[in-house]
Design a protein around this ligand. Sequence first.
Ligand SMILES: Nc1ncnc2c1ncn2[C@@H]1O[C@H](COP(=O)(O)OP(=O)(O)O)[C@@H](O)[C@H]1O
Ligand SMILES: [Mg+2]
Length: 339
Amino acid sequence: MTVAVAIDHLQKSYGATQAVKDVSFEVEQGKIFGLLGPNGAGKTTTIRCLCTLAKPDAGKVEVCGISALAQPKIVRQRLGYVAQEVAIDKILTGRELLNLQAALYHLPKKFIGQRVDQLLEALGLSDYADQKTGTYSGGLRKRLDLAAGLLHQPDVLVLDEPTVGLDIESRVVVWDFLRQLRAAGTTVLITSHYLEEVDALADSLAIIDQGKVIANGTPNELKDQVGGDRITLRIQEFTSDADVSKAKEIIDGLEFVENVIVNSSQGNSLNLVVGRQGNHLSTIEQTIQNAGLPIFSLSQSRPSLDDVYLAATGQTLMDADLAAAATRDLKKEKKLQMK
Ligand SMILES: Nc1ncnc2c1ncn2[C@@H]1O[C@H](COP(=O)(O)OP(=O)(O)O)[C@@H](O)[C@H]1O
Ligand SMILES: [Mg+2]
């Protein structure tokens, strides 16, 4: 395997905040790698260190064997970076913006027109190229950001939350384009807090939580590591806490159940881990109905990446995101009170 990106024991703090405590992973050349984690996990900080936009406190960061700390200029030539949100000048047309970017990259003048046309075409932007970017939808702007990150033909394209806020259609366009890039040999690194996105796209991934890597491997490896199948059970109506505890106690008593967690973000569903053998659904249905609790839904599936996250942290990604949002709101409130 040829390593395109190697990050080893990376650390980065902002004042008292340890944004990245200990992050290590390697990205194989020509593959799509996902860095998955809830808001505030340290994803953006990690890739800002990779793209030489932030200086690590400790650790190794290499792109194609070149140290980002020792030779930032060379690393920047090898990398394309698409930030989560880009403030683009709304007065310029898409084509003008790309021409300007190309000049900032010092691309040879002869080559610029052709390269810009090629990218506009590849990203389905030709029809919009001469409209002001202020008129673009979120999906079109994201495609333009992608084009801008690719102008200098980087070996490695790094995208921070590439489809956040995009509609499904634009999301699929972006995913397809990233797969095409991979087919053409480009290494792609994305961050995401959407597990479906990483599951759909990534050849391998690292899950990051509170500044640390908690799991690393291919999606299938990680799912197999967490073992048995998943069953999700919901009791009808808006379940009272007493009903939830009662159901949990009954389920806990079943022999084939390895683990039960109450998932409060999804209407107090119960998430169970069970062995793969046996017809568990009908046993659970019987047991719960006998206890006089009406079932709303009951389903069984293979483990997901969320189960991997859950197994490592004790909460789901969605709950972690909600908790992060609540902390941010609290901080905002405090700031407002202080004013
Ligand atoms: N420039 C900064 N100054 C202070 N704190 C920061 C800065 N950037 C990030 N942080 C903090 O570091 C932590 C990780 O943030 P970030 O890397 O943006 O996470 P993610 O991209 O996974 O959401 C968060 O607690 C965030 O508030
Ligand atoms: Mg981020």
